[in-house]
Design a protein around this ligand. Structure first.
Ligand SMILES: C[S@@+](CC[C@H](N)C(=O)[O-])C[C@H]1O[C@@H](n2cnc3c(N)ncnc32)[C@H](O)[C@@H]1O
Ligand SMILES: [Zn+2]
Length: 170
């Protein structure tokens, strides 16, 4: 069966020091190169919250109350991108589902994105990214922090770009 998501042949899923498995560069990757494209079913958040109890975290938020995620256990791995969060990320979503490199990446580096660039959700998580820039605790509302809006200008996913633009024109 074909996987629901695309992971570049320059990537590999391996054990991560951040958490469980992570996505790693298997080869050098250039800035703006596509590293993965998230696939799955388009679900409303309430439906996903029910499915998530069996499937575990596997979604990407694409709108205020919409996610893309697997709906069956045997398709979960093929839908997973396996990107852990880092406060010093090297990839980001452009649009809704396309992950690209934010800079040139060397083979062996873990591919991480800052969930501040994708999430508008209600959660608090102790961060284990280990970077010098680590915020210690991350939340599903970090996109609202002015310093992060500045840091990630041009690297937010579509629904957050719109929300940030709306805040600026108020
Ligand atoms: C979609 S999974 C990412 C892949 C995951 N490492 C795995 O093996 O399935 C998201 C989960 O990874 C963990 N995680 C990712 N980044 C983390 C971080 N920086 N600190 C702590 N836990 C993290 C959290 O438990 C989160 O719910
Ligand atoms: Zn961190």
């Amino acid at each position: 069966m074909y996987p629901l998501s695309y992971r570049s042949p320059k990537t590999a899923v391996r054990d991560s020091s951040i958490h469980g498995k992570g996505l790693f560069a298997f080869d050098d990757i250039s800035r703006e190169e596509i590293v993965a494209v998230k696939g799955g079913h388009v679900l409303d958040l309430d439906t996903w919250r029910r499915l998530e109890q069996q499937l575990g975290p596997a979604e990407i938020q694409i709108g205020q109350s919409l996610v893309i995620a697997p709906v069956e256990n045997d398709r979960r791995d093929g839908s997973m991108i396996y990107t852990n969060h880092s406060c010093a990320p090297n990839i980001a979503i452009q649009g809704q589902i396309v992950f690209v490199a934010m800079r040139d990446i060397e083979a062996g580096e873990e591919l991480t994105h800052d969930w501040a660039t994708t999430d508008d959700l209600d959660y608090v998580m102790a961060c284990n990214c280990g970077s010098h820039e680590c915020r210690g605790t991350i939340t599903g509302k970090d996109w609202m922090k002015p310093a992060l809006q500045e840091k990630y200008r041009g690297w937010f996913c579509w629904h957050l770009e719109r929300k940030i633009a709306a805040l600026r024109t108020r």
